[in-house]
Design a protein around this ligand. Structure first.
Ligand code: NAP
Ligand code: MG
Length: 402
């Protein structure tokens, strides 16, 4: 077989622990035998981030701006325990945070649906993609624990000295206060990422806030989305046969539960935090969730939504067998390869990405899967495979598709 050619490289961001092991296995078994794989490699493993004073993370994000598409392995976000474990010079920031700060943009999470792993919600036939605005609101708020009676005010002082002042509350006794913000710029880039991703994936876009109660704050989100839609996306949406739909957050929740799926649900920061955990657990497994960062600068970074699966890694280090699910990491690769193929007009590469995903799904639907899925599968005849053997089984299925 002739290997499929690539013209431009993917930015490859290697990572940590069990997912780093899966990463190499996926490349060896599912990519290198079929593709003339071109990547620009960045080692984001914690040891190398520490050696480079985390420069490597920034460089990988800048390379993504240059080439347009990245694929990322899960990485450790250091905490106190990791400081000792890896003898770190500093408690380096979350790589995802650093990358997002450079690329800007929104994270879209989508469950991978297979027969035999049924979502808790019976009518969800198609995936629901959740888009979470990742800036501001309660995540960047300041809070005061009010000690007793007194007056609380909201004060804004403009650069030219003009003042806007509102009384929040005349406290008669103790209480709590919170001040939060967002910026038009961040809301606009959130909106643009959502509209472009909807067009990209040909799915309807839903957006919801509580604008009936929050007549200035949430209403601004609603207005900005509408303005950008009318100005820049309406025509393209109509051409693509998809719709943009705004409603109240409580109405959205009720409709989502009754829907059959197949759309993108854009949420403000807090709603997205809560709803993404609900949607992903209702679809069955965190190990079956993909994630893509879509930047308003037109660049994409694909990864699995789960972490480095540390518990399995320590078993692996002790020489014990593991059964770690590599599906979301395989889909990170296929997502990135498909995007590369679309950008570079390489239909064979797009076709390979489709085949890789189909082979992965088919392998599971034939009853060959890792332990986490076997525990929740409704299939009668299930064979539990270890980490390596699952990837080998996908390779066998993939070979049959050529
Ligand atoms: P995790 O890696 O997501 O794993 C938590 C548990 O979920 C695992 O112990 C396992 O349960 C199950 N699980 C997750 N992915 C699985 C898979 N692919 N196959 C089978 N089971 C899977 O979270 P964590 O252990 O709390 O975090 C480990 C490290 O990941 C942390 O250092 C954290 O900073 C990092 N992290 C990175 C990212 C990222 O890079 N995007 C995201 C989240 C966390 P059982 O043990 O019950 O089998
Ligand atoms: Mg959460």
């Amino acid at each position: 077989m002739n290997k499929i050619k690539m013209t431009a490289p993917l930015v490859e961001m290697d990572g940590d622990e069990m997912t780093r092991i899966l990463w190499q296995d996926i490349k060896d078994e599912l990519l290198l035998p079929f593709l003339d794989l071109k990547t620009e490699y960045y080692d984001l493993g914690l040891a190398h981030r520490n050696e480079t004073n985390d420069q490597v993370t920034k460089e990988s994000a800048e390379a993504t701006l240059k080439y347009g598409v990245a694929v990322k392995c899960a990485t450790i976000t250091p905490n106190a325990a990791r400081m000792t474990e890896y003898n770190l010079k500093e408690m380096w920031k979350s790589p995802n945070g650093t990358i997002r700060a450079i690329l800007d943009g929104t994270v879209f999470r989508t469950p991978i649906i297979v027969k035999g792993i049924e979502p808790c919600v019976r009518n969800w036939e198609l995936p629901i993609t959740l888009a979470r605005h990742a800036y501001g609101d309660v995540y960047k708020s300041v809070e005061i624990k009010v000690p007793g009676a007194g007056k609380a005010e909201l004060v804004y002082t403009g650069a030219d000295g003009t003042e806007i002042r509102e009384t929040i509350q005349e406290f008669k006794g103790a209480g709590v206060l919170q001040g939060m913000h967002n910026t038009d710029q961040s809301i606009e880039s959130f909106a643009r990422s959502c509209f472009s991703y909807a067009l990209d994936t040909k799915q309807d876009l839903w957006f919801a806030t509580k604008d009936t109660i929050s007549k200035k704050y949430d209403h601004t989100f609603k207005d900005i989305f509408q303005e950008i839609y009318d100005q820049d996306y309406k025509e393209a949406f109509e051409k693509a046969g998809i719709t943009y739909f705004y409603t109240l957050i409580d109405d959205a929740v009720a409709r989502v539960m009754k829907s059959k799926g197949g759309f993108i649900w854009a949420c403000k920061n807090y709603d997205g935090d809560v709803m993404s955990d609900m949607v992903s657990s209702a679809f069955g497994s965190l190990a079956m969730m993909t994630s893509v960062l879509v930047s308003p600068k037109g660049v994409y970074e694909y990864e699995a939504a789960h972490g480095t699966v540390m518990r399995h890694y320590y078993k692996h280090l002790k020489g014990e067998e593991t059964s770690t699910n590599s599906v979301a990491t395989i889909f990170a690769w296929s997502g990135a390869l498909r995007k590369r193929g679309e950008m570079d007009e390489l239909p064979e590469l797009v076709d390979f990405a489709d085949k890789l995903e189909k082979a992965t799904v088919q392998t599971i639907e034939e009853g060959k899967m890792t332990k986490d899925l076997a525990l929740i599968s409704s299939l009668l005849d299930v064979k539990v495979l270890n980490s390596e053997d699952f990837i080998k089984a996908v390779r066998t299925t993939l070979e049959h598709s050529f």
